[in-house]
Design a protein around this ligand. Structure first.
Ligand code: C5P
Length: 231
């Protein structure tokens, strides 16, 4: 059973100072932090360790996608950092998924390992552009089944994608869903968006929310509003 904050704030900041400053505005009892490529490239493992020292659970969102050995080694060192969750692109294929799992299992830590299905910034036209001519739902189901077969803990997907795939997946599978927007928010570059309460109704386990919180005039209040809506 997953015991965690249901809300992870996407720390898409350009440097560690901004991340540290923002951390005064949110509460580690209420939300975890997703560290992605931008912040990790500027702040490295030190910012992950700093956030963890302040009591935040860290979801390291580096979406590894490479040859199996490279991904295995990357997953091993990411796990050793003590992060609570990390992820790989399911489109990297089955050998890569299996290598990722081996990397995590060889570490002395036990983070959740998640496979990214189709980014929520993509729609059917974007899938066609890269040569995938079947539907979004079919592609997400195929990738989710591969993730589950290789004993990863769950997937990243759009919340509205869950309904069609859940019956085919394990009961304790974790669904991490970005693309969350409050009524007052702009879509930004997200194409498959949903409100926090609808995401939970749809079966999300964890909501990833970036700009609606980080660009809010009152981030603590916005985070609290979201938590109220999903509790
Ligand atoms: O600002 P916003 O709420 O759109 O941030 C969403 C975050 O979730 C970003 O950090 C983005 O990289 C990440 N993400 C996503 N879609 C996925 C996986 C991760 O938007 N499928």
């Amino acid at each position: 059973m997953l015991t965690s904050p249901k809300l992870f704030v996407a720390y898409d900041f350009s440097n560690p100072s901004k991340a540290k400053e923002f951390s005064k505005k949110i509460n580690p009892e209420q939300c975890g932090i997703k560290v992605g490529k931008e912040l990790f490239t500027s702040g490295g493992p030190a910012i992950v360790e700093w956030l963890q020292s302040k009591g935040f659970k860290v979801f390291l969102d580096l979406k590894f996608h490479d040859i199996p050995t490279t991904v295995k080694r990357a997953c091993y060192v990411a796990s050793e950092l003590g992060v609570w969750m990390l992820n790989v692109h399911a489109m990297g294929g089955n050998d890569m998924l299996s290598a990722a799992k081996e990397g995590v299992d060889q570490s002395n830590q036990n983070p959740y390992l998640i496979g990214v299905t189709v980014l929520t910034s993509m729609n059917n036209d974007n899938l066609n552009e890269i040569g995938i001519n079947h539907s979004m739902n079919k592609q997400i189901l195929k990738l989710a089944l591969n993730v589950s077969t290789h004993k990863l803990d769950g997937i990243v997907c759009g919340a509205s994608d869950i309904k069609g795939i859940k019956p085919s997946l394990p009961k304790d599978f974790i669904y991490v869903t970005p693309g969350i927007r409050l009524l007052s928010n702009a879509n930004n570059d997200q194409k498959r968006i949903i409100s926090p309460e609808d995401a939970i109704k749809a079966g999300s386990s964890i909501l990833v929310v970036g700009r609606p919180i980080t660009e809010s005039k009152n981030p603590a209040l916005t985070a609290e509003e979201i938590i109220k809506k999903i509790s």
